[in-house]
Each structure stands twice: as structure tokens, then as C-alpha cells.
Ligand binder design. Structure first.
Ligand code: RB5
Length: 149
């Protein structure tokens, strides 16, 4: 499994914790920035990670900003991305099982480190259930196609 990570300045400290955790678990990952707590714009990192995941260079993405909201909205503009903002472990497995989410987003100002790590583990280990859920995802893809130039 290969994971692409990104954050803005507000998510940078939590991203470091997540990367240490992935390293401990021997999960392959790459950090696409930002690389410090200097102020920056979350869409830049949402785009980088979104493109890496949509093009299947990476299996999953993890994006973190202050709330997880802006970076989620931005990532979901990349066709093929299904980014899910999670602040609890139920959502973390449901978004994989039902929505086949390929990017997890979190807010550093919302979740503590312990919960964030549990959310990451839950997200990465849950499996898409297919069947009726695939039909619904196909409809999401149709919406994407309708509005792409
Ligand atoms: C940065 O201050 C903050 O706006 C950003 O990290 C994020 O929370 C936006 O949704």
C-alpha cells in the first residue's frame, strides 16, 4: 500500500505524527508538502495529493488542514477523487466501505493525535463493499463527467 500525504501549515504538526505512525507500521508513503508551519494555501496540497491518487500513483491520500474542510473541498474538485472528512472512526470505515473514499481528510484543530491515528488505521484497513455502493459511486462519476470540459 502506498499513501500520499499533504497538509497546509495548520495541519503540518499532525501530519508529522501520522507519518511517524505510518513509518512504525512499515507503510510506504510520500509527503507532498507543506514542509513547515509557514502560512500557505491548502488547495495547493489538495491538488498535488488529489492528482497522485486520481492517477493511481498512490492507493490512498491523507490530507490535513485546520478543520479538514477546505482541503477536502479542494481535493474533491479533482476528477476521480473521493475525499472524506472524518473526525470519528465510524465515518473512517464507512467512507471506505460505502463510498470507496480514496482520500482521508482531517482537521488538526478538531481531532487529537490519538483519535487521528485511530482514524488513519481504521480508514486504511477498511474494505470497499461494492455491490449497491458501486452503483452509487458510478452515479457520482456521471456527475463528474457531466461537468468536466
Ligand atoms: C488555515 O488557517 C485554515 O483556514 C485552513 O487550515 C483550513 O482549516 C481551511 O479549511
Amino acid at each position: 500500500m502506498k499513501v500520499a500525504l499533504g497538509s497546509d501549515h495548520a495541519g503540518f504538526p499532525l501530519k508529522k505524527e501520522v507519518m511517524e505512525h505510518l513509518q512504525d507500521k512499515n507503510i510506504e508513503f510520500k509527503d507532498f508538502g507543506t514542509f513547515s508551519e509557514s502560512s500557505c494555501d491548502y488547495p495547493d496540497y489538495a491538488l498535488k495529493v488529489g492528482e497522485e491518487v486520481a492517477s493511481k500513483n498512490y492507493d490512498f491520500g491523507i490530507l490535513i488542514c485546520g478543520t479538514g474542510i477546505g482541503i477536502s473541498i479542494a481535493a474533491n474538485k479533482v476528477p476521480g477523487v473521493r475525499a472524506a472528512l472524518c473526525s470519528d472512526t465510524f465515518s473512517a470505515h464507512a467512507c471506505r466501505e460505502h463510498n470507496n473514499a480514496n482520500i482521508l481528510t482531517m482537521g488538526q484543530r478538531v481531532v487529537g493525535i490519538g483519535l487521528a491515528i485511530d482514524i488513519v488505521d481504521t480508514f486504511l484497513s477498511a474494505k470497499f463493499q461494492g455491490d449497491r455502493h458501486q452503483r452509487r459511486i458510478d452515479k457520482i462519476t456521471e456527475i463528474e463527467k457531466k461537468y468536466s470540459k
